[in-house]
Design a protein. Structure first.
Length: 94
């Protein structure tokens, strides 16, 4: 048996890890919300869509938890993905 305080310390470290991960997810979600708002404000122009690493991260998170996104967020991520595909097709055809 281990003393209770050692269990608490180990449990606290795990809890702290969960909090840090959740905090990062909230910051990412706030950034996504700001990007969606800018895209909507622009009239849904392709210049406001996600690209590169930001799009990769959005697609990873979207694939991991589709139920956690609003309709506008999903539309934004899908439009970003479609724009990337269109750019690649255009590059391949030139």
């Amino acid at each position: 048996m281990e003393p209770a305080h050692e269990s608490l310390v180990r449990g606290w470290a795990r809890f702290r890890g969960w909090l840090d991960k959740e905090r990062e997810a909230i910051r990412w979600r706030q950034s996504l919300d700001a990007n969606v708002a800018e895209w909507l404000k622009s009239g849904r122009k392709s210049a406001a869509l996600l690209r590169g690493d930001a799009l990769d991260e959005a697609l990873r998170r979207y694939g991991a938890g589709k139920g956690q996104f609003t309709g506008e967020q999903i539309e934004f991520i899908r439009a970003s993905r479609k724009s990337r595909s269109s750019r690649w097709i255009g590059v391949a055809l030139t």
